[in-house]
Ligand binder design. Structure first.
Ligand code: ADP
Ligand code: MG
Length: 375
């Protein structure tokens, strides 16, 4: 199928209307494109900023076809859509991201196997299709190890840390319900991530390496630039990955660094990522801007400039409860509220980015503030 660069006023269809869809739509509209979004939640954040909204389940093929007919190009904001259905859409509509990345990466087993085959260092793992396999894992990986559901997990959902035989009963019930992958549990020194955008003609542009802290397996904060020595090593791992997996648009590779300074690839998100949100204020192009340029077939900037170091903090429901009254006193906080109808303590409701000359000092100040909230 031939495709010309998207023209002003043409339409981008987005599968998924959460905060990532919303921020994609905002970038698209800045550039003069129309946006139609498909989401099962009629109060989803993106539907209030999109030109048109299709209220349907992600796997409603008839609705996906309708999205295709209304759009000049289709993109998605999250990876747990049906890969087969996406493949069908690629036959009739322009879906530059294709279905290969989704197919490989929505399955933790093929994700890890493909990475290992690409010569990338991953944490030792085992496939756990059933309860018998779990007993083998105890013998081969040893404690502690972490069980992750093969399909459908995000923000630590579907994960179980096993420290001893005492945790096995819970593990048996998880494996009986869902196939899993087991992975050695590392003592982490740091977590980092690298966001990049792949465009036309093998163009690829990298954002600066991001340093991340997770709490309860949900991203808590991101600091840029990262205070680690592994930036070049991380770039090399991403280059190996892009030789194996075909990306178009923005994607992020998450890494672990253990106490020995060893770098491991944890997982890949084939879409804009929470740890790249700082780029909206801190870089000359945001990860959403470059994503839209890429899927619209336009050239990418030659490089991304970090205009100022930044600290990005996620705002969960419980943080919003504690911090909302303080926003007025802090004009230096760039606060983003996604517009979700229901506030829940552990739900991502927004984020804020602080541009600073001293990330360590800002980090300390933010920690004091966040520690003071009611958990
Ligand atoms: P999700 O898809 O939910 O983001 P991840 O595999 O990235 O799942 O796990 C979420 C977080 O849990 C990681 O960012 C890390 O903090 C912690 N974690 C996951 N796997 C391991 C591991 N093998 N060793 C140590 N920590 C881990
Ligand atoms: Mg992750």
């Amino acid at each position: 199928m031939t495709f010309n660069k998207l023209k002003i006023g043409q339409t981008i269809g987005i599968i998924g209307g959460g905060q990532l869809g919303k921020m994609m739509a905002q970038s698209a509209q800045k550039m003069g494109f129309r946006v139609v979004v498909l989401d099962p939640d009629e109060t989803c954040p993106c539907q209030y900023v999109a030109h048109q909204f299709i209220h349907a389940a992600y796997d409603d093929m008839e609705a996906l076809e309708r999205l295709g007919q209304m759009s000049d190009v289709i993109t998605y904001e999250f990876e747990n859509i049906d890969a087969q259905q996406l493949k069908i859409l690629t036959h009739s509509y322009h879906v530059p991201q294709g279905d290969q990345a989704i197919t490989l990466l929505q399955d933790r087993l093929t994700e890890k196997t493909s990475l290992r085959d690409a010569g990338v260092k991953v944490v030792p793992f085992k496939h756990v299709p059933n309860v018998e396999a779990l007993n083998d894992v105890v013998a081969s990986l040893g404690y502690p190890f972490i069980l992750k559901t093969r399909f459908g997990g995000y923000d630590g959902k579907g994960q179980l840390l096993l420290r001893s035989n005492a945790d096995l009963d819970e593990a048996y019930s998880l494996v009986k319900k869902q196939e899993c992958v087991a992975e050695q549990f590392l003592t982490l020194e740091r977590e980092v991530s690298l966001t990049a955008t792949a465009g036309n003609n093998d163009q690829i542009v990298y954002f600066p390496l991001q340093e991340n802290e997770h709490r309860d397996q949900i991203l808590f904060k991101t600091i840029v630039p990262s205070r680690v020595d592994q930036a070049m090593a991380a770039r090399k791992e991403v280059e190996k990955i892009t030789q194996t997996i075909h990306f178009v648009g923005t994607f992020t590779v998450e890494f672990f660094i253990d106490k020995m300074g060893e770098l491991y690839v944890n997982e890949i998100a084939p879409r804009p990522h929470n740890s790249g949100h700082y780029s909206i204020e801190a870089c000359d192009y945001s990860q959403f801007d470059t994503h839209i340029l890429a899927v619209a077939g336009h050239d990418l900037p030659k490089r991304i400039e970090l205009l100022k170091p930044a600290v990005m903090m996620n705002l969960l429901g419980r943080d919003l409860d504690a911090l909302e009254s303080q926003f007025d006193a802090h004009p230096e906080w760039h606060v983003h509220i996604y517009g979700k109808e229901t506030r829940k303590p552990a739900r991502k409701m927004g984020h804020m980015t602080i541009l600073t000359d001293d990330t360590t000092e800002t980090e300390q100040a933010m920690l004091t503030l966040f520690e003071g909230r009611n958990d």
